[in-house]
Design a protein around this ligand. Structure first.
Ligand code: PMP
Length: 321
């Protein structure tokens, strides 16, 4: 079976200092430009790794159809890697997924099935049970997801920062990013503080803080890809030191600042990550270095957070300028 041709293009993304955001002298915020991966998101890393492991373990062969549930980015990565290997793919996406993300997944030749936000997650496993030729990639349970970030993203961040990191800030959906990167950074330096940036409406922050009624915190929000309505096996709370909540407005405002002041066109979760990183930075005394990730490209949200009509319709008139 053919190897993953696109693999060589994945990772080794740039890490930049967000100069306009430094809250005080010597306190610096750095961002890993994960939107520079081939499909425009960090998810290429985990899918390449998980598919490679599936091949090595004999679970994926030339007759396999990859099946996955995704808020859009993972779906694009599965579709891209499947097509580069001559395989088929079927992607279930939630109905809040942007049109652009659905179009991107389809452009790689995948079949896309749209399901309701709260139930779409159960469909990939049901589909995979229909035939041994279907392989459920399963980013929410596959332990190779956080391991991929431990092996690549976490290592790159450590190397690019020359081992000088005071805090790492990231939002979580599967938790693969924060868990894998945190494990690598804390193994190298146990003093690195790990902060979860969580959208208001997600269960992760209340769960982390020990709230028994954490499920009652669920409410809908517009930022895509970050936050969750259930606790995932791939999320390791033991590696998290603190959780900070952000709302849609915080995230969208920061997305606009990043585009207009730093020249970085990114998605809503990047805005949430940087907003939370700035909150952490404001509390620190220099010298201090805070690192975060920009998980995906703003090009995936031209019909949403970069669209004035959408902003007005959703109650963000003051940001539609
Ligand atoms: N931001 C975006 C845009 C994403 O697509 C995702 C993954 N769904 C995340 C953040 C969170 O990453 P992880 O699943 O590794 O926790």
């Amino acid at each position: 079976m053919s190897k993953i041709e696109a693999l060589g293009l994945i990772g080794q993304t740039n890490l930049v200092h967000l100069k306009t955001l430094d809250p005080k002298p010597g306190v610096e915020i750095y961002a890993k430009l994960e939107f520079m991966n081939p499909t425009g998101s960090t998810k290429d890393r985990i899918i390449a790794y998980m598919v490679q492991k599936g091949i090595e373990e004999g679970k994926i062969n030339k007759n396999t159809t990859l099946v996955e549930g995704s808020s859009g980015n993972t779906g694009a990565s599965v579709a891209m890697i499947a097509s580069s290997m001559g395989l088929k793919s079927i992607i279930f996406v939630p109905d809040k997924c942007s049109e652009e993300k659905i179009a991107i997944i389809k452009s790689y030749g995948a079949e896309v099935i749209v399901k309701p936000e709260l139930t779409y997650g159960k469909f990939p496993a049901l589909k995979a049970a229909e035939s041994p030729d279907y392989y459920h990639v399963d980013q929410y349970n596959n332990i190779y997801n956080p391991e991929a970030h431990y092996m690549s993203l976490g290592k790159e961040i450590w190397d690019q920062m020359d081992g000088k990191i005071d805090a790492f800030v990231a939002s979580a959906s599967t938790g693969g990013t924060i868990s894998g990167v945190a494990r690598r950074l804390k193994e190298n330096d146990s003093n690195v503080k790990v902060v979860l940036a969580d959208p208001a409406g997600s269960v992760y922050k209340p769960y982390f803080e020990g709230k028994e009624d954490y499920l009652s915190y669920i409410k809908s929000f517009h930022v895509e890809g970050a936050g969750k309505t259930k606790i995932c096996a791939t999320m390791d709370f033991d590696l998290v030191d603190e959780a900070i909540e952000f709302n849609d407005e915080n995230a969208i405002e920061m997305v606009q600042r990043l585009a207009r002041e730093e020249g970085l066109m990114v998605g809503g979760s990047s805005g949430g990550n940087v907003w939370a990183a700035l909150e952490v930075a404001k509390r620190m005394e220099g010298p201090a270095k805070i690192v975060t990730v920009l998980p995906d490209s703003g090009f995936k949200y031209l019909s949403k957070i970069f669209n004035k009509e959408w902003l007005k319709e959703k109650g963000f008139e003051h940001l539609a300028n």
